[in-house]
Design a protein around this ligand. Structure first.
Ligand code: ADP
Length: 310
């Protein structure tokens, strides 16, 4: 479990993280979402003991990261997949990580197998594709068999196969009971991968709830209508209390109605329709709305104060 409580990190004039609190529970994949510059990496660095909070705390299994004698057995992290000695082979890189953390050598072969690095483990890292570097970084994160995993933008730059692979791996890691926190600015992906979402903007918490709740609560439906008589339909819709607007000479957008309702009303008003469809607001749209600060997420679940260490 990861607990972030009242975390603030300032860099000079920049308030990178602003009184942030959230909990990441075991057995689930938690997506940490926010636009670039929102403060995700800073928060993760503090969780991993690579940066100090200005105030507040970040605990892993109830303790600060720095207090662990063998941290790789507690937390595995993927921060910057480029941060590997380019002249080493993948296997040598993992062996160094194992040796310096008192982890048996056989574990190196297990994680190579687990991430599907295969024969590439024999090659020097400088020849690796981004996808292979990601796999190697994840292998290094898994080497101490930790219960907590923190991956910063693990999907960045991966091809479709790589994305599918990561999706499956994260699911299995969570199903094994581990705590899995992954940051991303890619909402479409997070929607498919994460059980819960912690959304931040400008260093502050915007939403903390199940993915279903966030997507369901935000992805409202609008109806798009094409008709040669938009004014008559518009009057009819407004007369029934629907919010509708003219988009152009023939097109209307209707809020708060289903396609069925709009179709029935058009029929009742004797207005011909050339097109009728439901347009689901994309998560991207919803997210922009959320992060521009003007919209308060309605389903926000407050994080319980205090909280035990587990
Ligand atoms: P994200 O990971 O969500 O893109 P970051 O945590 O990297 O966001 O950055 C949050 C803000 O803090 C940004 O404005 C960034 O420029 C600033 N920042 C991050 N690290 C430093 C640093 N070491 N020194 C100064 N400013 C920083």
């Amino acid at each position: 479990m990861i607990e972030v409580r009242g975390l603030t990190r300032r860099y000079g004039d920049v308030l990178a993280v602003d009184d942030l609190s959230f909990t990441v529970e075991p057995g689930k994949v938690t997506g940490f979402l926010g636009p670039n510059g929102a403060g995700k990496s800073t928060t993760m660095r503090v969780v991993l003991g690579l940066d100090r909070p200005t105030s507040g705390t970040a605990l892993v299994n109830g303790r600060p990261y720095a207090s662990f004698a063998e941290p790789l057995r507690e937390v595995g992290a993927l921060l910057d997949p480029g941060a590997v000695h380019p002249g080493r082979t993948g296997r040598a890189h993992l062996r160094v990580a194992a040796r310096t953390n008192g982890i048996p050598r056989r574990r190196v072969e297990e994680v190579i197998e687990r991430v599907g690095l295969g024969d590439a483990a024999r090659r020097r890292v400088k020849g690796y594709s981004l996808g292979m570097r990601q796999r190697l970084g994840i292998a290094a994160a898994l080497i101490g068999d930790p219960g907590v995993l923190v991956f910063d933008e693990p999907i960045n730059g991966l091809d479709l196969d790589g994305v599918r692979w990561i999706r499956g791996l994260l699911r299995r890691l969570a199903d094994e009971g581990r705590t899995v926190l992954i940051s991303s600015h890619l909402l479409g992906e997070m929607e498919q991968i994460a059980d819960r979402l912690v959304v931040i903007g400008r260093g502050r918490l915007i939403a903390d709830a199940t993915t279903e709740r966030i997507v369901g609560g935000l992805g409202h439906v609008r109806v798009r209508v094409l008709t040669p008589e938009p004014d008559r339909l518009l009057a009819g819709l407004r007369g029934r209390g629907f919010e509708a607007e003219r988009v152009d000479a023939r097109e209307l957008l209707v809020e708060g109605a289903t396609a069925e309702e709009v179709g029935a009303l058009a029929h009742a008003c004797d207005v011909p329709l050339h097109h009728l469809s439901e347009v689901r607001q994309s998560l991207e749209d919803a997210y922009l709305e959320l992060t521009d600060g003007s919209v308060q997420f309605p389903g926000h679940e407050p994080v319980p104060a205090g909280g035990g260490a587990r």
